[in-house]
Ligand binder design. Structure first.
Ligand SMILES: Nc1ncnc2c1ncn2[C@@H]1O[C@H](COP(=O)(O)OP(=O)(O)O)[C@@H](O)[C@H]1O
Ligand SMILES: [Mg+2]
Length: 271
């Protein structure tokens, strides 16, 4: 039976789709069978981020309309055979899908996977309710900027109102910039955690390589790659979702990357 996660945020453009794809690939590389669901109807970025846009035949809307089953609509990843995508439809709108549709779709997929990860659209309207409907857990993504943190706080409240337990809501800080923290120009991990009192499950640095990966449709964690610092961070997040207790500062101890270690010492207040 799958663990179901929704990747969500208040503010748009903070990295939900990137994180869904990269984390999905990291989990698949560890041997888990992973299904990614693109609930960002009308935009459908997840297929591009995974390099699967040319393989999509059926979308989530075809499933809702009874044309195919959810399993029939899945696209398998080219290189990673236990990574699957249920694609969104670009021509549809969020109103064409209901929270009940989502629950039925996930109920069909649930027994076949270890992880189901739902990538949600920006905002807190219908699209958010659809994406959250069938998830037992949430990963709330924020960047280290006040507007994103304020919006994340709002989303945490909505998740709790929707009945999600506080322990099932976890935080990912994306696009962290070590140099700005060093200069005192950016919020630290502690600043953020003081505002959002949920468990932190990963801090992902800002990196041009993430943008390149997005643009080429090759997640940094493809085929279990752990060479890249970002891939190493995602691998640890994947292990945490699998229940391993790995402290966040393990993300920072990465071969030879002294600058990064120094940065972490600082944000963890150990110097
Ligand atoms: N850690 C990161 N470092 C650099 N760029 C990133 C990072 N995470 C995401 N991005 C970039 O930010 C942009 C928005 O990311 P995306 O995943 O589409 O956000 P969302 O799904 O929340 O709207 C993309 O161009 C992506 O490549
Ligand atoms: Mg997105």
């Amino acid at each position: 039976m799958a663990k179901t996660y929704v990747v969500t945020s208040g503010k748009g453009g903070v990295g939900k789709t990137t994180i869904s794809a990269t984390l999905g690939a990291a989990l698949a590389a560890k041997g888990d069978k992973v299904c990614l669901i693109d609930a960002d109807i009308g935009l459908k970025n997840l297929d591009l981020t995974l390099g699967l846009e040319n393989r999509v035949v059926h979308t989530i809307l075809d499933v809702v309309n009874g044309k195919v089953t959810a399993l029939e609509a899945l696209v398998r990843h080219k290189q990673m055979k236990n990574l699957f995508l249920l694609a969104a439809s670009q021509i549809a709108t969020k109103e064409m899908l209901s929270p009940d549709d989502m629950r039925r779709i996930v109920a069909e997929l649930y027994p076949k996977f270890d992880f189901i990860i739902v990538d949600s659209p920006a905002g807190i309207e219908r699209g958010f309710r659809n994406a959250v409907a069938a998830a037992d857990h949430a990963l709330v993504v924020t960047t280290p900027e006040l507007p994103a943190i304020t919006d994340a706080d709002r989303v945490i409240g909505l998740l709790e109102n929707a009945g999600m337990a506080e322990d099932d809501i976890r935080l990912i800080i994306n696009r962290f910039k070590p140099n700005m923290v060093k200069r005192g120009d950016m919020l630290t991990k502690d600043d953020i955690q003081e505002n959002l009192a949920i468990e932190l499950v990963g801090i992902i640095p800002d990196s041009e390589d993430v943008i390149v990966a997005t643009n080429t449709g090759n997640p940094i964690t493809l085929n279990g790659n752990q060479e890249h610092m970002i891939a190493h961070v995602f691998s640890n997040i994947a292990l945490r979702l699998k229940g391993e207790m790995i402290s966040i500062d393990k993300d920072l101890i990465y071969g030879g990357s002294r600058g990064f270690r120094e940065f972490f010492k600082r944000i963890f207040g150990r110097n």
